[in-house]
Design a binder for this molecule. Structure first.
Ligand code: AMP
Length: 279
């Protein structure tokens, strides 16, 4: 496994891979868990070689967000990627990634970027799309893998690739969860034991929403009442939003249909968690 810390080393490492066949990219912010590794496996199915990037992207963090406390552990990450048979890891520093400082020209997520998390994190998705576009430019992958854990992000990336004709096959992987249902996330490392107990409320609430639908309740506000009722039983969760949305437009729906997405965001102490379920 080659660890490329700058663009030159990345370019050198990519050359033989491209000669050999196709390349898939898995962009991450590190502190890797089984969710990330599932994407490595999915990437492997769609290309001959796998490149993983590890980069905590300052552009996608807002003022007062957790850029400084975002968990990092490079050695552990590299060990796990080596075990998984990854060919190249790209781990640039911030100046290496943005040698001219913050980019002047960025990718605008448009109205999709104002829905759900975008309403609470202005600039976040522009930061995400800009770094992914830049990674696509540096790696020029044939395919790229993203998790459905970040449903809005995956939707926006598909849309960016289509709207800007980027010619990258976007593949997505299902949410990988802990045994009790909590969606795996690097940010879970920042939860206290008491917060960790409350954090399971998110997946429980999603289950309650799906159960309500299964009993024939299709009125979205009523489904969301069931969701909120469960969440209110978990002391340390402070709900930011609970919505049922159309899977593509991310617009809220009044009547729930199969394929709609139930999406949640909540603070658990100072840690912001998200989760979703396709109904
Ligand atoms: P991050 O390091 O949090 O930026 O995530 C990198 C990639 O891993 C993104 O495409 C995420 O959607 C994906 N991912 C994060 N957590 C999970 C999970 N629990 N299951 C599946 N994919 C995930």
């Amino acid at each position: 496994m080659i660890v490329a810390r700058d663009r030159g080393a990345l370019s050198d490492a990519l050359e033989p891979l491209r000669e050999r066949g196709t390349v898939a990219l898995v962009p991450t912010m590190g502190y890797l868990h089984d969710g990330h590794l599932s994407l490595v496996d999915i990437a492997r199915e769609s290309a001959d070689s796998v490149v993983v990037s590890i980069f905590v992207n300052p552009l996608q963090f807002g003022v007062g967000e957790d850029l400084e406390t975002y968990p990092r552990s490079e050695e552990h990450d590299l060990d796990r990627l080596r075990e998984r048979g990854v060919e190249v890891v790209f781990t640039p520093t911030v100046p290496e990634m943005y040698p001219d400082g913050d980019p002047i020209v960025t990718v605008s997520p448009g109205r999709l970027g104002r829905r759900l998390c975008g309403a609470f994190r202005p600039g976040h998705f522009a930061g995400v799309l800009t770094v992914v576009a830049r990674l696509f430019g540096l790696v020029r992958p044939d395919a790229a893998a993203f998790g459905q854990k970040d449903y809005q992000q995956a939707t926006l990336i598909r849309r960016m690739v289509r709207d800007l004709e980027m010619g990258v096959e976007v593949v997505t992987g299902p949410i990988v969860r802990e045994a009790d249902g909590l969606a795996m996330s690097s940010r879970n490392a920042n939860l206290t034991p008491a917060e960790r107990e409350s954090a399971v409320g998110l997946s429980r609430a999603l289950e309650a929403g799906a159960d309500a639908l299964a009993t024939g309740i299709t009125d979205a506000p009523r489904v969301l009442d069931h969701v909120r009722a469960v969440l209110s039983g978990f002391d340390l969760l402070e709900l930011q939003y609970a919505e049922v949305v159309d899977a593509r437009s991310l617009e809220t729906v009044d009547v729930v249909r199969e394929g709609n997405v139930l999406a949640l965001a909540a603070f658990c102490g100072t840690t912001r968690l998200i989760d979703n379920r396709v109904l």
